[in-house]
Design a protein around this ligand. Structure first.
Ligand SMILES: *[C@@H]1O[C@H](CO)[C@@H](O)[C@H](O)[C@H]1NC(C)=O
Ligand SMILES: *[C@@H]1O[C@H](CO)[C@@H](O)[C@H](O)[C@H]1NC(C)=O
Ligand SMILES: *[C@@H]1O[C@H](CO)[C@@H](O)[C@H](O)[C@H]1NC(C)=O
Ligand SMILES: CC(=O)N[C@H]1CO[C@H](CO)[C@@H](O)[C@@H]1O
Length: 704
């Protein structure tokens, strides 16, 4: 215990000292007067001399970066995967099948071994006949072979097209038809066994695909018929490696301006669009994020579980590999000891790996927060009191009170209360990268306090290669996304229709426009959309028009306040910002998710609510209602009343206008998941899809 407290106090005192005495704190990125083509205020990070393109001298592509790090860290471990001990399937009460896994220790590959594997696989691709003009799609869950395949393609200057593995068959078919592998003329798909099965279902539509490489080595016999049916040949991953070992070829390295990845935006509105990212684009972002995370190095262990088809994950894994750290693979369903796929009493990925760095999307952090709250409330009594006191003290401390910031007190609370919470994620987390959507202030504070780890919140889009802004690790303010990344310029421009102007006081507001070496080339084979959103000014700088509305604080930090597309005008001319209303109402415990709908034909808005099962069950128990099942419960008048009352309360707390509060609400029992296609893999609402799926419910809401 002594060692534990000493171990905590020393770094804490250091951190406190640092945060109190760094003058930089107050000046994160002063607005620099940058002449910028058109009216607007361009801002960049004053801490860096010029926009950063690469943090490594002489390195201009991801392929060079990877080769360099492998030579330097040959003996260190890079990629780890857990051993599967046992797989059970259970039938739930409602007849659904649950898979439960028992996973063991991590098995590691060193940098040297991974490099060998990458080189062999790269040679194998050539031996199979893949040329650099061809495109390869990777369609699999995040795992070590995903990373290896990616690096191998980079070494052959082959462009990779990413596909979200979470897409179900229906969504896949939809997505393939629209994003169309044929559009990208993919000749080769690298996938897992599960994805091979989905691919088989829709294979008839994939004319361009000639080869499939399966990451799982034992392809069952029943899959062999797929080859003939679909006119492709399938090979296992290790056979390709073997082929490469027998027929080695020199690397065909790309240039900085060559396209590394075509990444499809998950398409929360409209059709998905393929964003072309060059090696230079991704490298600029990797370099920039490196300056944000303090002291990243070989000692860091990263837990990888977000989809690699998400730019945040792609950048994070390339970054960790570049600094000599280790990447342990997991999945969202086996993350913690209590995750749904982990067998009772067995360990989750975080417990086993004890990562120091993680990436997360806000929805996942919200879930961690809700889970902890539920547990503490269920325990009640002394535990809850102690937690409340500790939380209050820390909140005070973070807010600048000298006494609460005292290192020893923090250590004490950590020891008494927060250590148990930290253990959920392995107990060693020192930094969380968060992106994909704005994180609520409440969640950010909760994670800051309970995990004792700073959250680096990024704001950026696939189109800007996740570049944009990033909050400094010692910034404890909430709701802001930080100053521009060292690779980005940011400016605001007026949007009169929405009532936002750069002359607003006390802070300028407007549409966010991002420029710099990180801005991507545009959409693949979609000139029209590219011209709509990308502009080049007379100085040759590329700018991307995000459609998000932000405001700049005096210290140079950006805050996202709205979104252009999600603002709808009602019949009498009032504007409703759907995102703002949803964020406010999500505070209600009854909600798992919500979509507000508004249109110019009505004077009020309505909402579809995906209910929280635990909260609703708890409520029914308290009301003495015998629980039938959730969908029955959702149909009851009294349930609707209770949820509406709760929504009204949150709306009042957030001071929403009357017209912003949904006048009518429909409760939906089935959760909204990426598999159902209703939300993106980053758990953002797909408004069009939800609208279509619940069309009848919506029109009922307006007519009844
Ligand atoms: C709930 O009960 C209804 C009828 O009582 C039934 O039709 C429905 O399938 C049940 N739903 C689930 C998920 O068990
Ligand atoms: C990489 O491939 C692209 C086309 O696929 C080609 O235009 C480019 O010149 C190649 N780069 C190098 C360095 O050969
Ligand atoms: C934090 O400090 C600000 C002003 O310094 C105050 O308005 C706010 O209420 C404080 N919050 C808490 C939780 O103490
Ligand atoms: C694609 C793109 O915009 N590339 C630019 C990146 O930034 C450098 C200078 O910072 C420009 O020279 C590139 O044209």
């Amino acid at each position: 215990m002594n060692a534990y407290i000493v171990g905590l106090v020393v770094p804490l005192i250091f951190l406190l000292y640092r945060s109190r005495h760094s003058a930089d704190r107050k000046r994160r990125g002063l607005p620099a007067a940058e002449a910028a083509g058109e009216p607007g205020l361009a801002v960049r990070n004053h801490r860096f001399a010029s926009p950063l393109s690469s943090a490594w001298a002489g390195v201009a592509t991801l392929a060079e970066l990877f080769e360099r790090t492998c030579r330097k860290h040959r003996e260190r471990v890079l990629l780890g995967t857990r051993v599967l001990i046992q797989r059970d399937t259970d039938k739930g009460p409602d007849g659904r099948i649950f898979e439960k896994l028992e996973l063991g220790e991590y098995r590691w590959l060193t940098y040297g071994q991974v490099f060998e594997s990458v080189s062999s696989f790269a040679s194998g691709l050539t031996a199979l006949g893949i040329r650099r003009e061809e495109r390869v799609a990777i369609y699999a869950d995040t795992r070590d072979r995903w990373f290896i395949a990616l690096q191998a393609c980079f070494r052959r200057n082959v462009t990779v097209v990413t596909i979200y593995a979470s897409l179900g068959e229906e969504a896949l078919c939809h997505s393939l038809n629209e994003q169309n592998l044929c559009q990208t003329e993919v000749t080769t798909v690298i996938c897992g066994l599960k994805e091979l099965q989905s691919l088989g279902q829709v294979g008839g539509q994939l004319d361009s695909v000639k080869r499939v490489i399966c990451m799982d080595d034992d392809i069952p016999y029943r899959f062999s018929s797929l080859d003939a049916q679909n006119g492709w040949t399938s090979t296992s991953f290790s056979d390709v490696e073997k082929l490469g070992r027998e027929n080695p070829v020199e690397a065909d390295l790309p240039l900085s301006a060559d396209v590394a990845v075509i990444m499809y935006t998950s398409g929360s509105t409209g059709l998905p669009k393929g964003v072309m990212m060059t090696h230079g684009n991704v490298l600029a972002t990797v370099s920039a994020v490196m300056t944000i995370v303090p002291n990243l190095g070989p000692k860091d262990v990263y837990l990888a579980y977000l989809p690699m088809a998400h730019i945040l994950e792609l950048v994070a894994e390339n970054l960790i590999a570049a600094v000599g750290g280790s990447i342990g693979y997991g999945s969202a369903l086996t993350l913690t000891d209590t995750s749904s796929k982990v067998k009772e009493g067995k360990t989750g990925d975080a417990t086993q790996l004890m990562p120091t760095v993680m990436a997360a999307v806000p929805a996942i952090l919200d879930r961690v927060r809700d889970g902890v709250h539920r547990k503490i409330n269920a325990k009640g009594g002394l535990s809850k009191k102690l937690f409340d006191i500790a939380y209050g003290r820390r909140l005070h401390a973070i807010n600048g009170s000298w006494f609460g910031a005292w290192g020893l007190e923090k250590a004490l609370w950590n020891f008494l209360v927060f250590k148990k919470i930290q253990a959920i994620l392995g107990g060693r987390i020192r930094f969380i990268l968060c992106g994909g959507a704005p994180l609520s202030g409440d969640s950010q504070r909760f994670i800051n306090i309970c995990l004792g780890a700073p959250i680096g919140q990024g704001y950026g889009l696939t189109e800007t290669c996740a570049g944009g802004t990033f909050s400094d690790f010692d910034d404890t303010s909430v709701g802001r996304v930080g100053p521009p990344l060292p690779c980005s310029y940011i400016k605001l421009i007026d949007w009169p229709e929405g009532g936002y102007s750069t002359n607003d006081s006390p802070m300028p507001r407007g549409e966010i426009v991002i420029g710099g070496p990180n801005v991507t080339l545009g959409y693949f084979k979609n000139e029209e959309k590219t011209e709509e959103s990308y502009k080049v000014d007379e100085r040759g700088m590329r700018w991307f028009y995000t459609g998000d509305i932000g405001k700049f604080h005096k210290d140079g930090c950006l805050e996202i306040i709205d979104r252009k597309k999600d603002i709808v005008k009602l019949q009498h001319g009032e504007y409703v910002s759907l995102g703002k209303v949803e964020a406010a109402l999500l505070a209600s415990p009854f909600l798992d998710n919500i979509m507000v709908h508004a249109d110019p034909f009505h004077s009020y808005c309505v909402a579809l609510v995906a209910v929280s099962h635990p909260a609703l069950e708890q409520w029914a128990l308290e009301q003495g209602i015998t629980i039938l099942n959730i969908s029955e419960l959702c149909k009851k008048e009294e349930t609707l009343k209770a949820v509406q009352a709760s929504l009204l309360k949150e709306a009042k707390a957030a001071r929403l206008e009357k017209f912003e509060i949904p006048a009518k609400v429909k409760l939906i029992a089935d959760p909204w998941t990426p598999e159902s296609g209703l939300v993106t893999a980053a758990l953002k609402l797909k408004r069009e899809v939800i609208r279509k799926t619940f069309q009848e419910d919506l029109s009922q809401l307006y007519t009844s």
